[in-house]
Design a protein. Structure first.
Length: 275
C-alpha cells in the first residue's frame, strides 16, 4: 500500500519522518509532493521517499492520499483532483482542522462518477508524530469501509497512538491533543524561564522541566490515581508545592487553561462553519 502526502510542511514532515523512522513503513511506499520543490526534495534526500512533481502524479501513485495543506488551500486542491480521485478510487485523508467530512465530500463530488462517493477519512494528528509520540483521532465518512479506516489507523499508529472518535468530538479533541502540544511547550518554557530568573542556565532548565513534564505525563497514564489525587502526593504539609499551587490558583491557572481550551474549540467550530 502506497501513502502519498500533498503538502510537506510542519505536519506532513512530522508524520512522514515518524512513519519512515519507525521502520513500520518502507520509504519506497511513501510518496510526497509540495508546491515548493525545495521542501519536497528535502524529504526525498533525507529519507529516500519518492518525490513527484505534481499533485496529479501523486494521486496516480498513491492508494491513500493524505491532504496536508492548510484548511484554506483544500477547496481548490480537492476540486482540481476530484475526477482523478473518483476514477482511481483513492482513499482521501484530511488532517485539516475545522474542515468537516461533509465539506470535504462536497469538494470531491464529480460528474465523472455520478452517485459514487469517495472514501474520506478525517484525522487530527499532532506534531509529536515526528518522534513517534503522536496522538491521532480518526473518523471515516459513509463511503469509507472498515478496511479503509483500519488502513489509516495503521498509518498513524506508526507515529504514535490512535483513537477512533465520532466527528462531533473533533473540535474538543483538536484542543486537547492537536493544539495542546503548543500549550505544553509553553508550560515547559514558562517553567524554564522562571528557573532562569532563579539563576539557572536556560538550556539546562528546559531539559530539566521537560523531563519533569514527561515523567508527570507517564505517571498520570500508569498510576491508578487521578491527577487530582496525585497532586496531594506531591504537596507536603507546610511545604513548597502547596505554596506554589496556591499561588498558581491565585492567578486562575485551572480556569486559564480551560479558557484556552475553550477558545481553541470555539475557533475550530468557527472554521467548521466556514469562518
Ligand atoms: N502543525 C500542526 O501541529 C498540525 C497541523 N494540522 C493540520 O495540518 C495541515 C497542515 O498544517 P501545517 O503542516 O502546519 O502547514 P504548513 O503550511 O507547514 O504545510 C503545508 C504545506 O503545503 C504546501 N501547499 C499548500 N498548498 C499546496 C498545494 N495546492 N499543493 C502542494 N503543496 C501545497 C505549503 O506550501 P506554501 O508554504 O507555499 O504554502 C506548505 O509547504 C493543516 O490543515 C492543519 O490544520 C493538524 C494537526 C496538527
Ligand atoms: O493550529 C492549527 O490550526 C492546527 C490544528 C491543530 C494544530 N495546529
Amino acid at each position: 500500500m502506497t501513502v502519498g502526502f500533498i503538502g510537506t510542511g510542519n505536519m506532513a514532515n512530522a508524520i512522514v519522518r515518524g512513519m519512515v523512522g519507525s521502520g513500520g513503513f518502507p520509504a519506497g511506499d511513501v510518496v510526497v509532493f509540495d508546491r515548493n520543490a525545495s521542501k519536497r526534495d528535502l524529504l526525498g534526500s533525507d529519507l529516500g521517499v519518492r518525490v513527484v512533481a505534481s499533485a496529479e502524479e501523486l494521486v496516480e501513485a498513491s492508494d491513500v492520499v493524505v491532504v496536508s495543506v492548510k484548511p484554506q488551500g483544500i477547496p481548490a486542491l480537492l476540486t482540481g483532483l476530484a475526477d482523478q480521485i473518483a476514477d482511481r478510487r483513492r482513499v482521501v485523508v484530511s488532517i485539516a482542522a475545522g474542515t468537516p467530512l461533509e465539506r470535504l465530500e462536497s469538494f470531491l463530488t464529480t460528474d465523472a462518477a455520478p452517485g459514487a462517493q469517495t472514501a474520506v477519512v478525517r484525522v487530527m494528528p499532532n506534531v509529536n508524530a515526528m518522534i513517534g509520540a503522536g496522538m491521532s483521532a480518526v473518523t471515516g465518512n459513509e463511503a469509507a469501509t472498515a478496511e479503509d479506516v483500519a488502513t489509516v489507523l495503521d498509518v498513524f499508529r506508526a507515529v504514535g497512538e490512535v483513537v477512533e472518535i465520532p466527528e462531533s468530538q473533533f473540535s474538543t479533541y483538536t484542543a486537547i491533543a492537536g493544539s495542546s502540544p503548543a500549550f505544553t511547550y509553553l508550560f515547559i518554557d514558562a517553567l524554564s524561564r522562571a528557573a532562569v530568573a532563579g539563576g539557572m542556565p536556560k538550556a539546562q532548565a528546559t531539559q530539566i522541566a521537560a523531563q519533569a513534564v514527561l515523567g508527570s505525563a507517564k505517571m498520570v497514564r500508569e498510576s491508578d490515581k487521578s491527577p487530582w489525587d496525585l497532586i496531594d502526593t506531591v504537596c507536603s504539609p507546610g511545604g513548597t508545592t502547596v505554596a506554589g499551587l496556591l499561588a498558581l490558583e491565585d492567578r486562575g491557572f485551572l480556569s486559564t487553561v480551560a479558557h484556552g481550551v475553550g477558545a481553541t474549540i470555539a475557533r475550530d467550530k468557527e472554521m467548521n462553519a466556514g469562518g
